[in-house]
Design a protein around this ligand. Structure first.
Ligand SMILES: [Ca+2]
Ligand SMILES: [Ca+2]
Length: 583
């Protein structure tokens, strides 16, 4: 089975910078090891084209008295061990007779291109992906048996105790009234809970406020453990189809009815490749890729603040420019309630406090870029994402954070995100007996072109402010995130398979997949979904048998159909309507 994996050697690129500045190793540790006729190292087979990055660049061998090797991860992050490592045996692989392991999956792999990997059963392949079971602490190992002996590698996984099963691993609010606020006391501008132990926030009443468009927080939900042929075993958040309504996690904000401040959501397995959660606005033409470049209004003042400081800095409006914006505003305005800098200060967001160096590198993720002056102070901060054009609760049916009120912060009981609701009274009825908040189905994740991402599980969840709006005199519309829970319980029944008729013909579809239909011509075609339960076409609720119309195109017009009945998971399918012939 051919699998397309991420570029493993580039995992967690945000960490590479700090690591490259301070890598050390004990005197007798090495980057290569030779034993049993094998020469071993971490990283790609071709390190000229693909130089080592984190974490492979941080792996060291130390020879033991028995001739085997301890493999250690050096520097960088405390209580951390990589869960996925590219591994090369540069000579002697043809002498390998078998591989045995405990707590490690050694996957021989053919590397077709930079991003395309194919598992193989040939143990003499010479290139391997090592999946280390990091969910539990202790010694993991693998042994390569060769015609001249054997060599065993030992991996010591440290104890790791996340605060609530999830933890913040990146936080960079855009400019806003809560940015820099309560920065040492667990306020809305702080990723830490304000206790003397400086724990990162889990499910808390005072969460994080993300500022203007693009400001974000990322949660690490734990390593995904995979077995043979990359199959999911445990960890992360699994894309369940057996939970009620198929939802997988619930995001909690601080919304009340008609005070939604919608955050868009992205998910990732590897911290490098990110997928949009296509909420109900995504296919309605109300979702556009936008970038804002914020200008630091006072870099000199920023430079003068050298340690994380509560409510610091000069209060100044933050000018911005960008692409695909509303056209209503040109700056993040200040107000009289929050008297401090609105631009994220260097000492507060790029200093990696309390041993969390990873938090200082938030701007190296693919959706954030900083321009620095000669003092290392941000002059421009660029943040990107899909921007939606409404904050009306009634228009945000599903797929966004900080939209629906919490019932029980941190609860795991999902309500049905597909039950149409248009008022606070219907919402209250709908969410009674549940945890409230905003339940999310990983099946909503899409590639950058809107086609299904088909993720079996995810590790990272990014929430970012999804609108470019302000409500004077109260300031910018800013998403708040107060926590995340993984959904519990079991739904009943099976997905409600619909009949989908396009241009007069019933089309065969499958749950979770996209179906291309060709030769539809350039005129609009009829589109009829017949099914039982809640029916959404491109995020809009419809009745069974409604006749809709869409315009086919030469690039394939994508239409998403969701049909959900009872407490079962939904049937989600995509059709791609081409005006032209195949090929
Ligand atoms: Ca699911
Ligand atoms: Ca809010």
């Amino acid at each position: 089975m051919k699998k397309t994996l991420k570029k493993l050697i580039a995992l967690a690129m945000m960490l590479a910078l700090i690591l490259s500045m301070s890598v050390f190793a004990s005197a007798d540790s090495t980057t290569t090891a030779t034993a049993a006729g094998l020469t071993m190292r971490f990283g790609d087979t071709d390190t000229t084209t693909y130089p080592l990055t984190h974490p492979e660049a941080n792996m060291r061998f130390t020879e033991r008295e028995d001739g085997d090797f301890n493999v250690t991860y050096v520097d960088g992050i405390s209580n951390y061990y990589p869960d996925t490592l590219a591994f090369t045996i540069s000579s002697g692989a043809s002498s390998i007779s078998s591989i045995t392991s405990s707590g490690v999956t050694v996957q021989p792999t053919v590397r077709n291109s930079e991003t395309d990997y194919e598992p193989t059963t040939n143990v003499q392949q010479g290139f391997y992906i090592l999946y280390i079971e990091t969910a539990s602490a202790g010694t993991k190992s693998c042994t390569f048996n060769t015609s001249t002996g054997s060599v065993k590698l030992y991996f010591e996984v440290p104890t790791f105790t996340p605060s609530t099963g999830s933890k913040i691993c990146a936080f960079l609010p855009a400019p806003g009234q809560f940015t820099n606020e309560g920065i040492t006391t667990g306020g809305w501008g702080d990723a830490y809970d304000g206790t003397t132990s400086h724990a990162l926030k889990g499910n808390v009443a005072t969460g994080v406020s993300l500022g203007y468009f693009g400001g974000y927080v990322v949660f690490d939900m734990g390593a995904i453990i995979r077995g043979t042929n990359n199959a999911y075993v445990s960890g992360g958040v699994y894309n369940s189809s057996t939970t009620p309504y198929g939802t997988d996690f619930i995001l909690y904000g601080n919304a009340f009815w008609n005070n939604s401040e919608p955050g868009c959501i992205q998910v990732s397995q590897d911290y490098t490749h990110w997928y949009d959660i296509a909420g109900s606005q995504y296919y309605q033409g109300n979702c556009v890729s936008s970038t804002i470049e914020y200008q630091n209004p006072d870099p000199a003042n920023d430079y003068s603040i050298t340690t994380a400081t509560n409510n610091a800095g000069n209060k100044l409006a933050v000018p911005y420019t960008g692409t695909n914006l509303e056209g209503t505003y040109t700056s993040v305005a200040t107000n009289n309630f929050h008297n401090h800098a609105y631009f994220p200060l260097n000492a507060n967001y790029f200093s990696g406090r309390y041993g969390h160096a990873e938090l200082s590198d938030a701007d190296t993720l693919p959706f954030a870029t900083r321009t620095l002056n000669s003092n290392g102070i941000t002059t421009f901060l660029e943040l990107s994402g899909k921007r939606i054009k409404t904050k009306a609760t009634s228009e945000l049916q599903f797929g966004y954070a900080d939209v629906h009120p919490n019932k029980t912060l941190g609860g795991t009981v999902s309500y049905n995100p597909y039950t149409p609701n248009t008022s606070s009274s219907t919402w209250s009825t709908i969410s009674d007996g549940t945890s409230g908040g905003d339940p999310i189905d990983i099946s909503w994740a899409v590639n950058s072109d809107g086609t299904p991402a088909k993720l079996d599980a995810i590790r990272y969840i990014r929430v970012y402010t999804g609108v470019e709006m302000a409500t004077p005199p109260f300031g910018e519309v800013s998403t708040e995130v107060c926590g995340i829970s993984v959904c519990s319980g079991s739904g009943s029944g099976s997905p409600a398979t619909p009949t989908i008729n396009v241009a007069g013909q019933n089309k065969t579809t499958t749950n979770g997949n996209i179906q291309s239909i060709y030769d539809l011509g350039t005129s609009s075609v009829s589109f009829i979904v017949t099914g039982t339960g809640n029916i959404y076409v491109n995020g809009v609720s419809h009745s069974s048998g409604d006749t809709l119309s869409f315009n086919p195109s030469s690039t394939g017009t994508i239409v998403q159909v969701i049909v959900q009945n009872g407490t079962a998971a939904p049937y989600i399918t995509w059709l791609r309507l081409y005006s032209i012939s195949e090929d």
